[in-house]
Structures are given as C-alpha cells and as structure tokens.
Ligand binder design. Structure first.
Ligand SMILES: [Zn+2]
Length: 346
C-alpha cells in the first residue's frame, strides 16, 4: 500500500512547478488536502493525494494533459500531524527542489501570485476562477470568475529580471533554476523578497524575453514549452543535446516521419522563427490553416504569425499558447492508478 501511495505522489510531483509561464493555475495545498468530500469523505481529514484529484480536474478543465499547478504550501504543513510522516517528508522534498513554494500564510500568497502573474486561482475559500467540487473521476472545476487578464505591471517588471536569494539552499531563487524560469517574488513594502526565507532578493539582471508555446498531438494539448531569446529550442522525436522531445506521444507512423531534430525555434525582435531541420519537411498552417499552408524544406525558415501552427506530421503540431486547444476529452489522470483503498482511513 505504501508503494502505491508513493507512486501516486511521484505522479503528482510531475505536475508541480513554480514557473508562472508553464502553470495553468495557483492553489493553496492545505485547502485542497482537507477537501474530504472529493473522495467521498470517508478517508482521513487531510490527505495529500487529494491534490492529485484537483490537478486532474485542472487538466480536464484547461485541456492540457501534462498540466502544471503552482502550489503554495503553508509552512505549518511541514509539521502538520494530520498528514503522514511520508507526506510531510515528500512535501519538504518538493519545497527543497523548488517544485512548490513554502510560505507562512499560504492563502494571501495565492491571491498575490494570481495578481502578479495573471494565473487563475483554484479555491473554494478565496475569490477564484474555479472551485474544486466532487465530480466524475474525483473532482471537477466549478467555474466562478473569469480568468484574470494577464500579469500586473509590477508582476511583469519582476518577471523580466532574475532574482537571487541569500539562502544558499533556496529551491526557488537559488543559482540552479536559471534555465527553467523562476517563481514570482513576494512583495513586502514594495521590495521583492523570497517567500520561503523572508529575505530581500537581489536583482541579478534582465531575463531574456520569452514566448510560451503548446504541443498538440492527436487532438490533445500534451505540454507547454518556452522559447527564449537566449537560445534556440529544437523540437523533434528525440533531439540530440536536449530540446522538446515528442517521441512519447507519437504513434508508429509519426515516429517514422518525424525527425529526431525536426525544427529549430528562435525568438528575435521579429518574433518566433521556425527553421526546418527534417527529412520530410514541415507545414506551417497560416492563421491555423484559415489562410492556407506552406511547406518548409530543410534549411528553410519562416517567422510565425500569432495564430500560425507548425505541423511536423498530420496530428503533430504546435503553436503559441492560446492559438490551439484540445479537440477531444482528456482521459489520463495522475491518480487513475490509485486504488480507492488509499483514500480509506488507515
Ligand atoms: Zn529563498
């Protein structure tokens, strides 16, 4: 039974992140883990696995298979006796790895993160975009308010800089987080600070501009990814030297036709440029195909329009986040493998 619980916690772990560009919503972990009605109310008062039910509901709501949730953990949870010692240990590890944010006073922080970044709030207790309710497969999202209109000006300014925490162990603003974005600093008296260490952050320079894109394979948004002006990103079946690897989502025919390194994306002042690197070429669907298509062959490049989609093989495509959406229901789940017994009292 322990083994199954830890598998589900590992699956939840892959849906956590504090880069606002990649997250689809922000939530207070303490609130979610006490929502006993999500699993029928028969289990323990608090259960960290309920976070998985809420993340599943978020994935279905926004139609993103590998949805990421920006999770705020109240410091008191790290010693909360309603949780198992394993759950407390796992949360401490998530915090150390910068996958969740730890702060004294999680609820007001969720509101602050949303105001600064434009992320929708997932909550019953706070003013929110969605409130988790019992539903098919565990939880569903009850729509409340509209999605925020993007980040505030202060938030935009802070997200255009790199920040450094004086604590050498800091998971959020330490030296190792540079390639994958950063959490949003907290503001106290107008000064950016580290949520966990309650220390002023040092501004260490400008961040390269970035654009967020999404990959759709066979009608489902699979993941988001970021292209920055700092370095090109290669997209393909299995790009050598890193990049966005699509292989896991490709069927047999697509695997044969999508090159290991299929296209390269770069961000310049002109916008996102796509350069074909492939054997079989790349189709650019202008305006999402409304304005026709053109085919790029090896070495050819094209600046993408706001709603253009790039197709590597029929059904394997990407574009700016918001330019494409899932065209069928999500069936995957982070807690799907969890037997119902893990929610019963122990
Ligand atoms: Zn810190």
């Amino acid at each position: 039974m322990r083994f199954e619980v830890s598998q589900v916690l590992d699956a939840i772990e892959r849906r956590l992140g504090t880069d606002p560009a990649l997250a689809a919503g922000v939530l207070d972990v303490a609130e979610m883990m006490y929502c006993a009605d999500l699993d029928g109310g028969a289990g323990r008062p608090a259960n960290l696995l309920r976070l998985g039910l809420v993340i599943d509901a978020l994935a279905r709501q926004v139609g993103e298979e590998q949805v990421i949730a920006y999770c705020v953990v109240d410091k008191s949870l790290l010693s909360n006796q309603d949780l198992t010692s394993n759950e407390r240990m796992v949360m401490r590890r998530w915090a150390d790895d910068g996958l969740v944010e730890v702060i004294q006073g999680a609820a007001p922080r969720v509101v602050e993160v949303s105001e600064l970044t434009g992320l929708p709030v997932i909550s019953r207790a706070l003013p929110s975009t969605w409130a988790p309710i019992p539903g098919a497969g565990g939880a569903a999202m009850n729509p409340r308010n509209s999605i925020p209109h993007g980040p505030s000006q202060t938030g935009q300014r802070m997200m255009s800089r790199w920040w450094h925490c004086p604590d050498p162990e800091c998971g959020g603003f330490g030296p190792l987080r540079r390639s994958t974005g950063q959490p949003i600093p907290r503001l106290r008296g107008g000064q950016p600070g580290c949520p966990r260490h309650d220390a002023p952050l040092q501004d260490t320079g400008p961040r390269a501009p970035q654009q967020v894109l999404a990959v759709r394979v066979d009608g489902l948004i699979r993941t988001r990814f970021v292209v920055t002006a700092a370095a090109p990103v290669v997209v393909g079946r299995a790009p050598e030297g890193g990049g966005l690897m699509l292989g896991q989502w490709l069927g047999e025919e697509a695997r044969a036709k999508v090159s290991r390194s299929h296209v390269s994306l770069s961000l310049t002042q002109q916008g996102i440029t796509v350069t074909d690197l492939s054997m079989n070429g790349t189709t650019v669907k202008l305006g999402g195909a409304a304005d026709g298509e053109l085919v790029l062959t090896k070495g050819a490049h094209r600046v993408l329009g706001a709603s253009d989609l790039v197709e590597l093989f029929p059904g394997v495509e990407f574009g700016r986040l918001g330019a494409l959406s899932s065209t069928r229901q999500l069936d995957g789940s982070v807690v799907a493998e969890a037997p119902t017994m893990i929610f019963r009292p122990n």
